[in-house]
Design a protein around this ligand. Sequence first.
Ligand code: 1CP
Length: 351
Amino acid sequence: MNRSATSAAGAESRFLKALSGEVQTVPPVWLMRQAGRYLPEYRELRARAGSFLDLCYTPEFATEVTLQPIRRFALDAAILFSDILVVPHALGQEVRFVEGEGPRLDPVASLSEFARLREEIDLGFLAPVYETVARVRAALDPEVALIGFCGAPYTVATYMVGGRGGDEQAAARKLAYREPETFQALIDRLVEASVAHLLAQVRAGAQAVQVFDSWSGDLPPAEFARWSTEPIRAICAKVKAAAPEVKLIAFARGAGAKLADFAAAVPADAFGLATAENRIAARAAVPAGVALQGNVDPIALVAGGAALDAAVDGVLADLGHGPLIVNLGHGVRQETPPEHVAQMVARVRRG
Ligand code: 1CP
């Protein structure tokens, strides 16, 4: 292949072709949380880095961790190794990752606590993240795409208000019901911060960006429209206006019956589907020519064998007649045998 004829824009990339609406015999495949503790080489580097945040903010380490799954599995896309909670961190909120427990933040649960946040995201604080993007882009083959990301404002707000995950995001939902103006101000600030953070990743070399809304699926329809759909719509519209070439993936995990309204409003190039989504209904709910991404059960990936092959075949059969990016319905689980990822990639490419 004449590599000089292809640019970092990825003319050969199956992943970018799917995001342009192309239907392909062999669709692209990557996995949410494809870097992480199921890989021994990740665990080794994580131990050397010290804390999870040190790993995220040291370009040498974050670059290496981003590339680990690409080397092993020849996936179609790399995703920047970082976390959605670097955005509140760069807004001035204290963020820690407690070993074995997950993220802990000093909660922003009132107007006075909200007032202590920065008005604008400190992009200088996140310079190591953008340097990681540039290093990864330079290291990847042209046909492997690089994905940047952010958390959706609602999901990020649930951690900012509750100080941690879990409990059905009740702290954020209570604030949204009791003080909708305060919650709206927080969401608006996160929209602007997310746009700035995504555009900085695009300037550094990300060709696509994914917005992860992990927790909005639990919201009733009216709250979902206000706190999930509208802020993600605004982010996508602003990113498209500033960088028309960048591809956008919106993943509202568990949107279910709310997907049709979400997809009608949000100007994304692909929509992610969670594990439990009905794929046929989802295809009908999303405008023609827009790609779908998903939704192999991460637990079938743990199980492997014939069950994994059947899970992959189900996605290909149900969605392969349209633009498709094969992925999981949520992130790779820690107990996943790495060989099963190789099996999944081989099954997708067998056609
Ligand atoms: O080594 C470790 O202990 C850290 C585990 C870990 C990893 C590997 C965390 C802590 N974050 C990450 C990386 C990460 N997080 C990526 C990197 C790229 C990739 O390989 O996919 C991405 C895209 C995320 C996004 C993220 N972080 C989300 C959205 C997606 C999802 O999984 O729903 C959320 C909700 C977080 C918060 C977070 N970060 C880490 C933890 C343990 C959590 C909490 C999850 C929870 O509350 O259940």
